[in-house]
Ligand binder design. Structure first.
Ligand SMILES: [Zn+2]
Length: 324
C-alpha cells in the first residue's frame, strides 16, 4: 500500500530536477573545455539576468529594464548561433525538462500535471501486489474453453456464450471508451466462475492505458476504511475516492459490523456522487445482497450498477483437471 505517496512523489520530482541539473553541468563542462568563448556568453547572460532582477527590485526605469532585456536577448542569439555553428543544438546549454508542461514540478499552479498521475500509477503499480497478480491474470491467459458450451442452468446462454459476451463488452466498449463511461459494474455469481480473473484483466488493461486503478478485497477495503477514520489517513481516502477505477473484490466475505456497513455505504455514496467508477464482485446472489446488507447499500448496488451474472462449473476445478 502506498502510504505517504505524496512524499514519495515529491522526492521523485526532486530527483528528476537534480538529475537534469547534473546533466546540464556536464554539458557546460564539455563546452567550457572545447569552446570557452561560448560558455562565456552563457555566463554573461546569467550575470545580466541576475543583475536585472536586482535592479528591478531597486526600482530602475522601464527604459533601463527594456535595454537590459534587449542585451540579454542579443547575447542569447549569439550563444545559439555559436552553438549551431559548432554543430550543437541551440538549447544545448539550457536546462532540460522531462515534462515541459510543469517543468518537472508535478504541479501547474495548484493543479496536478498529467505526468504526476502517470508517476502515481507507476508507483502504485510497483508497490501493489497487483503487479505479480497481473502477470498471469490478464486477457492473454483468459481461456474461454474452460467454460462449458452447454447449458447448465435456466440461464439464457451457455456459460461459454455468457462469458464471451461479457469479455466482448469490456474489450470492445468499456475499456476503449473508459473516459466516457459513466457506469459501475457488479459481477455476481458462484465462486470459481471467473469474476476475479476478469476483474484483473480489466485492471491490467486500464492501468496500461494510464488509468489509476485500485484493487482491494473487501477485507482490505474495510481495513483501509478503519485507517482513514481512526488514523486520519487522508492520502488513503483520496486514493480510494478519487482513483479512476476502484475494484472491490469478494463483497460478502467480510465480517459484517455496524462499522463495515456504515463506512462501506459512505464510500459507495461518495464515489457515486463524484461519478468515480467502481467494479464490485461478489459470490452472493442478488437476493442475498438485499438480505445481508442494509436497504441503503443494496438499493445502490442493484440500482446504480450494471449487473453481470457469472455462471459455470467451477473454473478452478476445471483448471486443475486440465493441468493433470
Ligand atoms: Zn508534468
Amino acid at each position: 500500500m502506498i502510504k505517504g505517496y505524496q512524499k514519495e512523489l515529491s522526492l521523485i520530482y526532486e530527483n528528476i530536477r537534480l538529475e537534469e541539473q547534473k546533466k546540464l553541468e556536464i554539458r557546460r563542462k564539455e563546452i567550457e573545455e572545447k569552446y570557452p568563448e561560448i560558455l562565456e556568453f552563457d555566463n554573461l547572460i546569467q550575470k545580466k539576468s541576475l543583475n536585472l532582477t536586482l535592479s528591478i527590485l531597486k526600482g530602475i526605469s522601464e527604459e533601463e529594464i527594456k535595454n537590459i532585456r534587449e542585451e540579454i536577448t542579443d547575447l542569447r542569439f549569439k550563444k545559439y548561433e555559436a552553438l549551431v555553428a559548432k554543430g550543437y543544438d541551440p538549447e544545448y546549454l539550457n536546462l532540460r525538462y522531462q515534462c515541459q508542461k510543469c517543468k518537472d514540478q508535478g504541479f501547474i499552479g495548484n493543479k496536478r500535471c498529467s505526468c504526476y498521475k502517470q508517476k502515481l500509477i507507476n508507483l502504485y503499480y510497483k508497490d501493489s501486489d497487483l503487479k505479480e497478480n497481473l502477470k498471469t491474470n490478464n486477457f492473454n491467459n483468459l481461456d474461454l474453453s474452460l467454460f462449458p458450451n452447454y447449458k447448465i442452468s435456466d440461464d439464457k446462454y451457455t456459460p461459454r456464450r455468457n462469458i464471451e459476451n461479457i469479455v466482448k463488452y469490456f474489450k470492445e466498449e468499456f475499456i476503449p471508451n473508459f473516459n466516457n463511461m459513466d457506469e459501475n459494474i457488479l459481477f455476481y455469481g458462484n465462486s470459481g466462475t471467473g469474476k476475479t480473473f476478469l476483474s484483473c484483466c480489466i485492471a491490467k488493461e486500464l492501468l496500461d492505458n494510464g488509468h489509476l486503478v485500485v484493487y482491494r478485497t473487501i477485507d482490505e477495503l474495510i481495513k483501509n476504511l478503519r485507517e482513514i477514520i481512526f488514523e486520519n489517513n487522508h492520502e488513503l481516502e483520496d486514493l480510494l475516492i478519487n482513483c479512476d477505477f476502484l475494484i472491490i473484490d469478494d463483497l460478502g466475505a467480510e465480517q459484517i459490523t455496524d462499522f463495515s456497513t456504515t463506512e462501506f455505504f459512505n464510500l459507495l455514496n461518495k464515489k457515486l456522487l463524484k461519478k468515480k467508477k467502481m467494479l464490485v464482485s461478489t459470490n452472493l446472489s442478488l437476493s442475498d445482497i438485499s438480505k445481508i446488507y442494509t436497504e441503503r447499500i443494496s438499493s445502490r448496488l442493484l440500482g446504480n450498477f450494471k449487473l453481470y451474472k457469472f455462471y459455470s462449473e467451477d473454473i478452478r476445478i476445471q483448471l486443475n483437471l486440465k493441468k493433470r
